[in-house]
Ligand binder design. Structure first.
Ligand code: OOG
Ligand code: MG
Length: 261
């Protein structure tokens, strides 16, 4: 049975407060085992509404759990999506403060920048027709759940652990890239910690974008021109600590960096 509107509003406040105060919480499904995936996406939207009331704006979307490496790391085997707001955007090379997070991890990502609005059930080719270009991106995820452990339903309610993201300076049209097999190398303090290929992202990142647009269509929503979409990490996520210099290098798209203080 779906949750009542009151319970959805209450749980949206719980995840939003946890994100604001960086205080890990127990999984929502512990007290609400009847919660459905649909409820979880509604909680996600209600928590975004709270951010918007505080002045934030949605700048894009992210897909998560789109690679086998991530699915196995989190033991959740379904792709999910979350919302990205302006407060999550970090400039390339930004310094972040470890104390502003619960238990942050970084991910090796690609970002699509949309050139057109698109809505409906689409395939990868159609999805790419609405893309201006592709950039390298680092995502910072920071689950609001204790020990970074969750079920599919819990992580969806928590906006897919979205916390921060930085995109690289090089934007190339998808057609100018071998998008289905770009090498991706993540380093911390100059040491390679994860290597992968964009092929790990649902076999081709355009499939991730198409899956997002198709899932949004279930709620009569779509993507807008100018929005940024993260396709999901090609590799496992990596813990970060104070003093770390994180760099992601992507074949022909150059590098993007973050410094942790
Ligand atoms: C969920 C978000 C996963 C990705 O790129 O796979 C994600 C999580 O692992 O906390 O952003
Ligand atoms: Mg991610």
């Amino acid at each position: 049975m779906p949750l009542s509107n009151d319970t959805i509003e209450e749980l949206a406040t719980v995840v939003d407060d946890a994100a604001r105060h960086k205080e890990p919480i127990v999984m929502l499904t512990a007290d609400h085992p009847e919660m459905t995936l649909d409820d979880a996406y509604t909680i996600q939207r209600r928590s975004m509404a709270r951010r918007i009331e505080r002045g934030e704006s949605v700048v894009g979307m992210k897909m998560g759990l789109t690679s086998t490496a991530k699915m196995e790391q989190m033991n959740v085997h379904n792709p999910i999506y979350g919302h990205l707001t302006d407060s999550m955007m970090l400039p390339d090379g930004a310094t972040i403060d470890r104390h502003n997070y619960c238990h942050p991890r970084v991910e090796a990502e690609l970002a699509f920048v949309m050139s057109e609005d698109i809505q409906g059930e689409v395939g990868p080719r159609q999805a790419l027709s609405a893309v201006e270009g592709v950039c390298a991106a680092i995502e910072i995820i920071d689950s609001r759940y204790k020990d970074f452990e969750f079920t599919l339903i819990d992580v969806v309610a928590d906006n897919a652990s979205s916390t921060g993201f930085a995109v690289g300076p090089v934007l190339k049209p998808a057609q100018a890239l071998e998008l289905g097999n770009l090498g991706m190398v993540m380093s911390i303090n100059g040491e390679v910690v994860e290597t992968g290929s964009s092929a790990a992202i649902l076999e081709h990142p355009a499939r991730s974008l198409a899956a997002l647009i198709t899932m949004l269509a279930e709620r009569d929503e779509g993507l807008r021109a100018g929005q940024t979409v993260l396709a999901g990490s090609a590799t496992k996520a990596v813990h970060i600590n104070s003093g770390d210099r994180v760099e992601l290098d992507v074949d022909t798209l150059g590098s993007v960096q973050l410094q942790v203080q």
